[in-house]
Design a protein around this ligand. Structure first.
Ligand SMILES: *Cc1c(COP(=O)(O)O)cnc(C)c1O
Length: 409
């Protein structure tokens, strides 16, 4: 979270004064409106505001029909939640290498496809976009589903399309560490009605409250008459038992304000990154982390890649640089995904996907050196977190520190 203030306080006060904190039963629902405003911004037909990014991933996988007997390809560098969402629905994660952009490597994805593969989860890490053209064409070729984990890339885009709106479904997170936030929260994004209906059932106790919903688009996507407007429709999917991950009016009100701030935050982050990039362009010994779309990234970080780990560590630790090696980012590296590596995919042994009869013969022979190219890249990369509210003086100091650190390598 970068910005929060009086407007959020006013929005929360408005909800509390109304006495209506539940999203359902209110004539003017903050949550309904947030979902509609998010759909409009992303050019996506359906959005569902839920309690977290992990929940959004699980709801999306359920919506896509992923379950026991399915393999789902996830990158070796992502927050563990991307893989845990897969085990939560009874499927098995297959771990693929990242490439020199630190995003999932399309070539390795293709190598890891088997007759059991059902879906791919490209993860837009640190606000950088994955190579969605190649991922989507592989998915087309092998008839696979794509769930974009855009939890760290809210509002970012790839070739003009918003991240999370390109695959069959997408997931956003609004937890405290993300670009916009209400403390904890997430959203499912999809253009497919069935995916949406199933996600609604899952998040709403098996639709104890609703069997119909708001939100359909008019006109073709991308055309000038495309608008999102509310239509109430009956669900066609037969109801099934779900969980409970509904959001409330306080969070809805906060997120409506946060969403209004999003474009400004991204614009300022991009300015900061552009300025720093321009000033460092001809500095010897500095190589920028490559991006699949320089203009679309969220620019929450600037990344550099070095010849080896020693150089990366020396650079990251130089005064004023405040860099971080992704290899040190704990549960963002597959080797630290304890429940996955130890094949403890659920509390109850019979619910553990690694024990399930349907999953025997699937590819889950995990070892810590299975994605050694990823580990090698994570060891010699340095990421520096940026802030949209840095002053010119702070930017100057940062550039100077980086230049000094590079000189001393
Ligand atoms: C934050 C994050 C999640 C999970 O989001 P929560 O809201 O904390 O559940 C999933 N995937 C990635 C890549 C994340 O960074």
């Amino acid at each position: 979270m970068y910005r929060i203030g009086q407007e959020e306080i006013d929005a929360v006060a408005r909800v509390i004064n109304s006495g209506q904190l539940f999203r359902i039963g209110s004539a003017y629902s903050e949550v309904d409106n947030f979902e509609k405003e998010l759909a409009e911004k992303l050019f996506v037909k359906y959005t569902l505001f839920v309690t977290g990014g992990t929940t959004a991933l699980i709801a999306a996988l359920i919506g896509l029909g992923v379950g026991p007997s399915d393999e789902v390809i996830v990158p070796a560098y992502t927050f563990m939640a991307s893989a845990l969402a897969v085990t939560a629905v009874g499927a098995v994660p297959v771990i693929a290498e990242v490439d020199e952009t630190l995003m999932i490597d399309p070539e390795d994805v293709e190598k890891k496809i088997s007759p059991h593969t059902k879906a791919i989860i490209p993860v837009h890490m640190l606000g950088y976009p994955c190579d969605m053209d190649r991922i989507m064409s592989i998915a087309d070729k092998y008839n696979l589903l794509v769930l974009e984990d855009a939890c760290q890339a809210v509002g970012g885009s790839y070739k003009g399309r918003r991240l999370g709106s390109i695959g069959h479904a997408g997931a956003y997170s609004f937890n405290y560490f993300k670009i916009i936030s209400c403390g904890e929260g997430g959203a499912v994004l999809t253009n497919e009605r069935t995916v949406f209906e199933k996600a609604v059932y899952y998040h709403d106790g098996g639709a104890a409250f609703r069997r119909d919903y708001v939100g359909l688009a008019k006109g073709d996507k991308g055309s000038s008459e495309y608008t999102v407007f509310p239509i109430y429709g009956k669900f066609e999917t037969p109801v099934f038992a779900g969980s409970q991950a509904r959001q409330n009016e306080i969070m809805g009100a906060v997120m409506r304000v946060q969403l209004k701030r999003l474009d400004g935050i991204l614009e300022d982050l991009r300015k900061v990154k552009m300025q720093i990039t321009d000033e460092l362009r001809n500095v010897p010994k500095l190589t920028f982390l490559k991006s699949n779309d320089e203009n679309g990234g969220c620019c929450t970080h600037i990344g550099f890649i070095f010849e080896d780990e020693n150089k990366a560590r020396a650079f990251a630790g130089s005064p004023g640089v405040n860099g971080a090696l992704p290899i040190d980012s704990g549960r963002h590296v597959y080797t630290n995904w304890e429940p996955i590596m130890n094949k403890r995919g659920a509390a109850h042994p019979a619910m553990n996907p690694f024990n399930m009869h349907a999953n025997q013969g699937l590819n889950f022979n995990y070892s810590s050196d299975m994605c050694s190219r990823t580990l090698e890249l994570l060891r010699r990369t340095v990421n520096i977190a940026l802030n949209p509210d840095w002053t010119q003086e702070t930017i100057r100091e940062k550039v100077d520190s980086i230049k000094k650190a590079a000189q001393n390598l």
